[in-house]
Design a protein around this ligand. Structure first.
Ligand code: SF4
Ligand code: SF4
Length: 594
């Protein structure tokens, strides 16, 4: 209209009025009926001395800059006040946290590129649409997500820990119906990296591990999540592999080598080589304890199994005269050492440092390699440093990965992720393997095999001393059946060669001869089906006649449930044994509820 309306007129037409003062310059509408300037006497509610009239005025900041964010804030404050005024509600109640507040939100500016403020070019000092968008584009969208940046698992599920915590809490509260967060809970590697990078020390490890324990206690843990790993643990903790012996000819020993089940499964010849090395180094005898440390039970939330397993290991150690345990696997050390005192355990690299590093195997000088620290060494800085010194002593130059030492990344095996979520574990291993184009070197057999499984050229530090083939960095990883066989054969061989004892008798189904093509074997490994599982199915089918015959192909199909898993095998008899065409398994329990 070309006129500035008077406040009294506006007040009669509208139930409430907001007036913006332009700095010290009072517009006519910003002057009350008494001719006095409208003053917001409450900076939070923007009330003035005139009821129903609210006023705002942006004071320039210290450097003379007027903040558009401040304008937006005032608009919002005024809208809230007017809404409350019209409803007859308190204008001030519960508004203490409006506006700028000190925050605990951590925002990394490491990747932020400084961009100057956009100055309005129009004479009236107001942004054009384009200027406003460019100015808004400078917003950093403040968020932390430091943990999500370093964790493929957190990234994979598309959100961040605060939301996950709510989902996991809700999951526990569901009595009947779908537990949608089960996969989320069971896919975490429990590696602790998130806690290490979190400015608030938030621990997804604690959250997911506790959730798993509660699920187990409530009978809500689906068998499919950890069944295979727990079976593997049961095997390694059984007489098929477990053993505790003093050095041949002795009852007690000062040291005992604890190689762990993964090195024994992956490269048993290195277990034998290291044990021979240790026996040469120490007077007082070096015993041998073959067992699984119990990490699978711990990660699966099976605290009962885990505690019993550790108690069994400690009892075996006690019978040997409480020797110092020499660990070759960082996970074994991380899991068992909390149950030992200071000086009652040592890592193999530390022994080699003190007793004299065995010479590096003959061959050209090692090329520069990137070092992958296993995530279970996160809090074992001394161990990490000892391995670095050992590598230097072996003339192995190393490159440090960005995520190394205390902020090292998991290989995808930790927390049984590879069992609960194999595709994600493969992505985790591939991501880790892609962090440097160099070959890697590590000191955990499972890390080596996880990364090698995704095509990464990687060797174990023991490969520098005791290589078992020409190209250790390219060594194929053994399948699950082979790992078990390696453990069982290692024990049998050591008993025969060192303690002069024979092995036990074979089970009848172990006599079943199988013919398995490579592609079928790959399927068995991917489905976590062992050769002995297939042998049991065929043995049972042939003994009972409980099998189906395909009318056209003549192949048989049979199932057997030797434990909490039902195995199905498609096979056909051949002269040399049984040819396996396919196999699959149901890792679930079907319960009938009336
Ligand atoms: S414990 Fe490891 S896998 Fe789990 S959320 Fe933290 S960083 Fe990710
Ligand atoms: S859990 Fe920690 S690191 Fe992750 S987003 Fe929250 S504050 Fe940041």
């Amino acid at each position: 209209l070309g006129e500035v309306p008077r406040l009294e007129d506006l007040r009669t037409q509208f139930a409430a009025v907001f007036v913006e003062r332009d700095g010290e310059q009072a517009q006519p509408a910003a002057v009350g009926p008494d001719g006095r300037l409208l003053l917001p006497h409450d900076p939070q509610t923007l009330e003035t001395q005139w009821e129903g009239v609210f006023a705002g005025a942006q004071e320039p900041l210290g450097d003379g800059v007027v903040s558009p964010i401040g304008w937006a804030l005032q608009g919002r404050q005024a809208a809230t006040s007017i809404d409350r005024f019209l409803q007859g509600a308190s204008l001030s109640a519960g508004r203490e946290k409006e506006g700028p507040q000190p925050t605990r939100l951590f925002v990394s500016l490491a990747q932020a590129v400084p961009v100057s403020a956009v100055e309005p070019q129009e004479a009236d000092g107001v942004y054009t649409s384009d200027e406003a968008q460019r100015e808004a584009g400078r917003c950093l969208r403040c968020e932390c997500l430091e943990c999500v940046k370093v964790c493929e698992y957190l990234h994979h599920f598309g959100s961040y820990p605060r939301r996950y915590a709510r989902e996991i809490y809700n999951n526990a509260a569901i009595v009947q119906g779908e537990h949608k967060a089960n996969r989320l809970i069971n896919s975490c590697m429990l590696c602790g990296l998130c806690t290490e990078v979190c400015p608030e020390d938030f621990s997804m490890t604690d959250l997911c591990l506790e959730a798993r324990r509660e699920m187990v206690a409530a009978g809500k843990m689906p068998p499919s999540a950890h069944e295979f790993a727990l079976e593997d643990y049961a095997f390694s903790h059984s007489p098929a592999f477990a053993l505790a012996r003093a050095e041949p000819g002795s009852e007690h020993c000062a040291y005992a080598f604890f190689p762990g089940c993964q090195l024994a499964g992956s490269n048993p010849a290195q277990v034998e080589a290291v044990y021979a090395y240790l026996r040469r180094q120490f007077a007082g005898g070096v015993g041998l304890i073959l067992d699984c440390c119990g990490a699978p039970a711990f990660w699966a939330g099976r605290q009962d199994l885990f505690e019993q397993g550790v108690a069994d290991i400690l009892e075996g150690r006690r019978r040997l005269g409480d020797p110092v345990l020499v660990f070759a696997c960082p996970t074994c050390q991380a899991v068992v050492s909390p149950h030992l005192g200071n000086g009652e355990y040592v890592f193999l690299s530390e022994v080699m440092e003190q007793a004299g590093t065995p010479p590096r195997a003959e061959g050209p000088a090692p090329p520069l390699r990137a070092l992958h620290d296993p995530c279970t060494t996160r809090d074992a800085v001394g161990l990490q440093q000892s391995v670095r010194r050992l590598l230097a002593g072996l003339d192995q130059p190393i490159e440090e990965l960005v995520l190394s030492g205390q902020i090292t990344e998991c290989c995808g095996y930790g927390g049984l992720q590879a069992n609960a979520n194999p595709q994600l574990a493969a992505a985790v291993a591939a991501r880790r393997g892609g962090e440097s184009p160099l070959e890697y070197v590590t000191y955990c057999a499972m890390c080596r095999d996880s990364l090698a499984g995704q095509g990464k050229r990687i060797l174990h530090v023991l490969d520098l001393i005791y290589p078992t083939e020409m190209d250790p960095a390219g060594r194929a990883i053994p399948g699950w059946s082979e790992r078990r066989e390696n453990r069982a054969r290692l024990k049998t061989r050591l008993l025969r060669e060192l303690w002069d004892e024979g092995g036990g008798a074979l089970q009848p189904w172990q006599e079943v001869q199988l013919i398995i093509a490579d592609e079928v074997q790959a399927k068995l490994d991917a489905r976590r089906i062992l050769v002995e599982d297939v042998q049991q199915v065929i043995y049972h089918a042939e003994q009972t006649g409980d099998k189906l015959c395909h009318g056209v192909s003549g192949r048989f199909r049979a199932s057997f449930r030797p434990r909490a898993v039902t195995f199905w095998v498609e096979y056909s008899p051949q002269d040399a044994g049984y040819e396996v065409h396919n196999a699959y398994a149901h890792r679930m329990t079907v319960e009938r509820r009336v």
